[in-house]
Design a protein. Structure first.
Length: 131
């Protein structure tokens, strides 16, 4: 039994490592992408509602200044942009699961880079609105 333990662990480890970059079936990818798009759409809609509520609250605040309204507007725009970036990232990652090996790895790296770029852009816009 002990003689088989080490080779079995090796086989199991290899199988798990190979499975990490294996492609999903087209039907599974399509379902996952559709679910990710639906979730992203819901999250962006929620972010827009929250943003509008926060801006309205800042606008109707009796002691609020124009700066408070500007700050609320900048934060709202940032929150919506980040929600959009999160959704786009999720969809891109799901689309990558249709690929295998290096193509999948490269696809995921591009998705991560795009996500980082979108978040940075949202932050730049937010900061420019605060000035």
């Amino acid at each position: 039994m002990q003689k088989l333990l080490l080779p079995m662990i090796g086989i199991l480890t290899t199988a798990l490592a190979c499975g990490c970059n294996s492609a999903k079936s087209p039907a599974a990818v399509a379902a996952d992408v559709a679910a990710a798009r639906q979730q992203a759409s819901t999250e962006v809609a929620d972010a827009r509602k929250d943003a509008a509520r926060n801006v309205d609250s800042a606008a109707t605040n009796v002691g609020g200044s124009a700066k408070d309204l500007s700050d609320a507007s900048a934060k709202a725009a940032y929150d919506v942009a980040v929600a959009q970036a999160d959704g786009d990232h999720s969809v891109a990652i799901q689309q990558c699961s249709a690929l295998t090996g290096e193509a999948q790895k490269s696809c995921k790296e591009r998705a991560e880079a795009g996500y980082d770029q979108a978040k940075t852009h949202a932050n730049v816009i937010r900061l420019s609105k605060l000035q």
